[in-house]
Design a protein around this ligand. Structure first.
Ligand code: BMA
Length: 329
């Protein structure tokens, strides 16, 4: 096992964890009490999935994708002492914006949350004449200030890096279309001010004859390690019954993250359990967040399952790094 250093994380002795059960192969294993967030945790929700959590004060906070009974896609704030039992606001999050056009909320989904210096930043798939990447910040998890959308439509899966790179904010995203997008590569962009984005670079695309043959998109906020940025991402295969969403692992260069250092050929998580294979959209695992305990290298990955519930998978940073390198394409 490689001795891996992890940067930018804190000690999280209270994060969700369960030891690897016997008989499980691969670098990740599922929580025995999955799904951790049922579809009806709040009275108005049809489904709660593809959601983001971060350490906050003595516990955890998050932004949750809650589709309601009219199937509006909304974002809700939640808090938890242990990362497993969540208290999710019954009312949707309302962004503060002084721009009536940008601040007009039509829908929001698939949020990611990251702490950079003293602020928490939320990126999400935001409607503006089609899907694009909305951006907001908060310093208290109560007031969220919306800034400009990062890109022209259409775009999805906007994921900020947890620190500036070469003095600029950095984001991965996936240009798309206005529908269910039968293509998709991950790109890297930079911004001096979170308003103007440029210096776009191609990171990686789909791989033929594999679980990631149709499209790929970034998952949780990358984690900085001595071996590169650890990126968990989703990949899609088109089966005769539709899309199948799995997750893989890659390592990106620390200073030039559009350069792929390693990328596992096999997936690390793919729909197998009942709650992943059955739901509003069958056969979907969609990771959007991970917690990491710097002291032990333990990881807890939050993922949406079958577009219906939220589940947890566990693993060690070092095992994922080894897997990406040993099984690289
Ligand atoms: C993608 C997004 C995700 C969803 C996935 C599977 O295009 O809409 O929110 O989990 O499809 O339906």
């Amino acid at each position: 096992m490689t001795a891996i250093k992890v940067f930018g994380q804190s000690e999280l002795p209270n994060m969700p964890w369960e030891d690897r059960p016997s008989g499980v192969s691969g670098p990740l294993w599922r929580y025995s009490a999955n799904p951790v967030i049922p579809r009806d945790l709040i009275p108005t929700s049809n489904s709660i999935f593809n959601s983001a959590v971060v350490p906050f004060e003595d516990g955890f906070a998050g932004v949750f994708r809650c589709d309601d009974w009219t199937r509006r896609m909304e974002l809700h704030v939640g808090f938890s002492a242990d990362g497993v039992d969540w208290d999710i606001a019954h009312e949707p999050l309302e962004f503060i914006s002084d721009d009536r056009e940008i601040g007009k909320f039509v829908y929001g989904y698939d949020p990611r949350v990251v702490r950079i210096d003293d602020r928490y930043y939320v990126t999400w798939c935001n409607w503006y004449h089609g899907p694009t990447i909305g951006v907001a910040w908060s310093d208290d998890f109560r007031h969220f200030h919306q800034t400009e959308n990062a890109y022209l439509p259409y775009n999805r899966n906007g994921v900020l890096f947890p620190r500036k790179i070469d003095g600029r904010f950095a984001m991965l995203s996936r240009p798309s279309d206005n529908g269910h997008t039968p293509f998709g590569d991950i790109f890297y962009s930079e911004s001096p001010d979170l308003c103007f984005w440029g210096r776009h670079r191609h990171v990686m695309g789909p791989v033929t004859n594999s679980w990631q043959s149709t499209k790929i998109g970034s998952g949780p906020v990358p984690i900085e390690t001595s071996e590169g940025w650890l990126l968990i991402y989703h990949g899609v295969l088109t089966s005769c019954n539709g899309f199948v969403y799995s997750a893989g692992v890659a390592l990106l260069d620390i200073d030039e993250p559009w350069k792929v250092v390693a990328r596992s050929a096999p997936y690390v998580l793919s729909p197998r359990t009942g709650y992943e294979c059955v739901g509003d959209v069958p056969n979907v695992v969609f990771p959007c967040a991970m917690l990491c305990d710097e002291a032990t290298g333990r990881l807890a990955i939050y993922y949406g399952a079958a577009d219906t519930v939220t589940a947890l998978a566990f693993g060690y940073i070092s095992d994922l790094v080894d897997f990406a390198k040993e099984q690289t394409l």
